[in-house]
Design a protein around this ligand. Structure first.
Ligand code: HEC
Ligand code: HEC
Ligand code: HEC
Ligand code: HEC
Ligand code: HEC
Ligand code: HEC
Ligand code: HEC
Ligand code: HEC
Ligand code: HEC
Ligand code: HEC
Length: 309
């Protein structure tokens, strides 16, 4: 830690050589930053264990020039903004320091701009998302003063989302669901929580491209397509959880009969000649259209036009 503190003095040293103003107009001190960086802040804040935990976080990289604590970094003030006025006021308000978290007096857009200044990848998509549009802050999800940030870990990410999306998280407790609460995948396997150019902040530009990034077998193209499959997986499936097996929106045959006429085949059982037979077909009785139409996502068989092989 001594290393981080020592680095604080580096940018404060006046540049060598004649005749330059003692404090260049663009120097950190002239812009309101404290002269000793973290050393100054820690005079008062070092007894707060939560504050000190930042030195165990991925931000505390003394040799990374992009890190707040790297060579020439503004240290605490890279995120909290110029702190000299706050220091001179002995921490009293109004202190002009950027405060993070739900009870902060600092506007959310201002808080986020401190982070976005360094995180260009996030900045590229952030304004496209529902979170930016709804005043959600980086600190609503991320814990920065912590050795590990729960939202960054597969096992605990969903619990952070649950703070605001309880109803969605509950869908993953339905009988059939994607294995998020089991820890096999996370919300961010499908969503980019920062925003995206797809619908619903999905990681790909369409629903189908998102689904087939894992379920490649349903991607096609098939010799015999089933039109709703190429249109939208969500014509038949729900993404989070369902009471029906295979995450279906409705059980068959209801699912199929939303689009396929109930009056012609298939509600009428077929006999050996392809004509209606006397006895109801047992496959049909159990409602299993996919017992016969088993290639429901499409077929590559030359005679697969009815999606049966
Ligand atoms: C002279 C003592 C002192 C110094 C030096 C000091 N602070 Fe503070 N700071 C305080 C006091 C007192 C408070 C209000 C009580 C509290 O929240 O701990 C405060 C509050 C804060 C808060 C708001 C905490 C919250 O959630 O409300 C932040 C952020 C902060 N200081 C950051 C800094 C930074 C960054 C520096 C260095 C540039 C710094 N402080 C230097 C005394 C100081
Ligand atoms: C990478 C950005 C970043 C840096 C660097 C940073 N902070 Fe923070 N700070 C935050 C965020 C975000 C919070 C809100 C709580 C959290 O996310 O852990 C916070 C919270 C605080 C608080 C309130 C803590 C509490 O008890 O609630 C204080 C005080 C504070 N920071 C002081 C400092 C000091 C002193 C330093 C330098 C040693 C520093 N911060 C460096 C982002 C940063
Ligand atoms: C001075 C530039 C700078 C600022 C300001 C900054 N960061 Fe970072 N951040 C970094 C660097 C550098 C890393 C390490 C990246 C790496 O190792 O590839 C990092 C890493 C991260 C990570 C990834 C941590 C991990 O576990 O891999 C998160 C999340 C993050 N920052 C969020 C934030 C948030 C939120 C804020 C604002 C409160 C913020 N950052 C402010 C430079 C910055
Ligand atoms: C809704 C919760 C949420 C919010 C709000 C959020 N993040 Fe994240 N962030 C995550 C999750 C989850 C991950 C890990 C999965 C991933 O990489 O997409 C992550 C990863 C990161 C990473 C490391 C990976 C990368 O994409 O570079 C950085 C840096 C980061 N966030 C910065 C930010 C910044 C800056 C903000 C505010 C502008 C922010 N985050 C707001 C949830 C959030
Ligand atoms: C298998 C991919 C997948 C996973 C995993 C996933 N989602 Fe979704 N999510 C989607 C799709 C696709 C939609 C669009 C649904 C629609 O348009 O009907 C969506 C919609 C949403 C919506 C907006 C609509 C609504 O239902 O309120 C929220 C919020 C949401 N997801 C949150 C989450 C959270 C939180 C998690 C993790 C606990 C998560 N999602 C996990 C694919 C996924
Ligand atoms: C601090 C509260 C908060 C947290 C934490 C949070 N969200 Fe959100 N999220 C919102 C709000 C507010 C909206 C917009 C209103 C809505 O759709 O419910 C939203 C919307 C969404 C949407 C819908 C996007 C759209 O275009 O309709 C998705 C998907 C989503 N969040 C995913 C996540 C994921 C994944 C996490 C955890 C990594 C998360 N959220 C954590 C507040 C939050
Ligand atoms: C990150 C990879 C991933 C993405 C993206 C994804 N899934 Fe899945 N999907 C899985 C995993 C893992 C399982 C569980 C497989 C198991 O339990 O054997 C699963 C299971 C399913 C099942 C149920 C399988 C069964 O036998 O019950 C359906 C249906 C499904 N996914 C549809 C979708 C749809 C629709 C989308 C897009 C909204 C999607 N998946 C996106 C990984 C993914
Ligand atoms: C026309 C309705 C329909 C559409 C559209 C649809 N599916 Fe399905 N899907 C089903 C049915 C019905 C089953 C159950 C099959 C069974 O029980 O044999 C199923 C099962 C699945 C399964 C699990 C069983 C398996 O075969 O591995 C996955 C994964 C799946 N679908 C993914 C997708 C993806 C990805 C899309 C979009 C590209 C999609 N589905 C579009 C009807 C559909
Ligand atoms: C969202 C509407 C929709 C749903 C739901 C749907 N289908 Fe289809 N299906 C279509 C369309 C559109 C076609 C193409 C019709 C055409 O080309 O005349 C098609 C074609 C077919 C074909 C091939 C018929 C032909 O003449 O080429 C079969 C077999 C079929 N569907 C069976 C099913 C079964 C079984 C289910 C339920 C698991 C189902 N469909 C659910 C819309 C749907
Ligand atoms: C016992 C096997 C069997 C079952 C069960 C079955 N079908 Fe069929 N289906 C067929 C056969 C065989 C054909 C080809 C019919 C032909 O030759 O005219 C066909 C053709 C179709 C066609 C295309 C021809 C048309 O009439 O439009 C659709 C659509 C279709 N079935 C939907 C369904 C739906 C929906 C269900 C469930 C309610 C279902 N099928 C159940 C055997 C079955």
């Amino acid at each position: 830690m001594v290393m981080f503190l020592a680095a604080g003095a580096a940018w404060a040293a006046p540049p060598a050589g004649p005749p330059v103003p003692a404090v260049p107009s663009n120097s950190p001190t002239a812009l309101g930053y404290s002269a000793q960086g973290a050393d100054t802040c820690l005079m008062c804040h070092r007894t707060n264990a939560r504050v000190m935990a930042i030195f165990r976080s991925p931000h505390a990289q003394p040799n990374n020039p992009r890190s707040p604590f790297g060579p020439g970094g503004l240290q605490c003030e890279a995120c909290h903004g110029p702190g000299e006025a706050h220091v001179k006021a002995f921490g009293m308000k109004p202190a002009g320091i950027v405060v993070f978290g739900p009870h902060s007096p600092t506007p959310v857009a201002k808080q986020n701009s401190m982070c976005l200044a360094c995180h260009k990848n996030v900045a590229r998509v952030w304004l496209t998302g529902a979170h930016a549009a709804n005043n959600v802050s980086c600190a609503d999800c991320h814990q920065i003063h912590a050795g590990t940030d729960p939202v960054m870990m597969q096992a605990t990410e969903a619990s952070v989302c649950a703070k605001c999306h309880q109803a969605v998280v509950a869908q993953f407790r339905m009988p059939y669901h994607h294995p998020v609460l089991e820890g096999t995948m996370t919300c961010s396997s499908c969503h980019d929580p920062h925003g995206s150019f797809g619908p619903d902040m999905l990681i790909k530009s369409t629903v189908n491209a998102t689904c087939t990034s894992c379920h490649a077998a349903m991607r096609g193209p098939f010799l015999w397509e089933h039109q709703p499959v190429t249109d939208d997986c969500l014509d038949c499936h729900t993404p989070h959880g369902s009471a029906v097996a295979s995450l279906l929106k409705e059980p068959t045959p209801i699912l199929c009969q939303q689009c396929h006429d109930l009056a012609g085949h298939p509600s009428v059982p077929y006999g050996p000649q392809g004509l209606p037979a006397g006895m109801p077909n047992p496959y049909l009785l159990i409602g299993g259209c996919v017992n016969c139409h088993s290639r429901i996502h499409g077929s590559n068989s030359p005679s697969g036009q009815y999606l049966m092989r």
